[in-house]
Design a protein around this ligand. Sequence first.
Ligand code: SF4
Length: 306
Amino acid sequence: MIENRDAKLVEDILRLKEQRKAIILAHNYQLGEVQDIADFVGDSLELSQKAAGTDAEVIVFCGVHFMAETASILCPAKTVLLPDINAGCPMANMVTAEKLRERKRELPGVTVVCYVNSTAEVKAESDICCTSANAVKVIESLDDKEILFVPDQYLGYYVSTRTGRKMHLWPGFCPTHIRIRPEDISRLKREYPQAKVIVHPECRPEVTALADEVLSTGGICRFAKQTEATEIIVGTEIGIIHRLRKENPGKKFIPASEQAVCPNMKLITLEKILWSLEEMAPEVKVSEETRLKAKAAVDKMLEIGR
Ligand code: SF4
């Protein structure tokens, strides 16, 4: 019965998607059924690149608010829909444009690098953007000036250890990734001694220190395909396990913590996607003044690539 209901929902979404000339983009942390209906599933960088390159007229963004904003920054002529407008990112909200301006006044001449997990207003106050996939490359591309990294202190710290660059770190964090504890990894390593451990750089340093690889979600998906290991402990939001199992049926993926669930990512459902396409709402649109400033920071990042 439930399967019939889902099949009907999927059919209606696909029909309406065609009529609206829409593309559905989904983040790796989305619910399995949402990933399955998407035209493209990826990490923040891959999704921004896809949004920038699509000729669809409507982008249904299955992710959180800052991601839909990034699509709007890159594609002002397109309608960007976020099926649940309450799908925010607590980490992104840990820095505001006003607080960032204050900090810039305290650090005159500083280069501001903002993680893509930030609002459009914060991007507009930044010199260059980065994602967890290209943060090391972005920092390496900068000259010797002081760097202020916002908002994720753990990604910032990880990148500073990889590049040797000292940075001022904003005290933000992802409430989902900090739920992954070093003792979770140690216990699973004892249970699965042959397993490779891959974690996201939003995890705490005590966790990244125990990993074989520290990767963005896109990097985790590529690693999972290429590695010869058949058991992999995955330290990131558990939505990614759906994709990993689907793409690598012969391998075993073990979530580092069942607690690593982002409730905002789970707000997007098939029903809301259908409703969103029917109503052409909720739309996310960034004001032109903010968009142009934010776009300069995003474009600089896209020039650097992965
Ligand atoms: S997983 Fe963390 S960083 Fe990603 S959207 Fe959720 S709260 Fe934000």
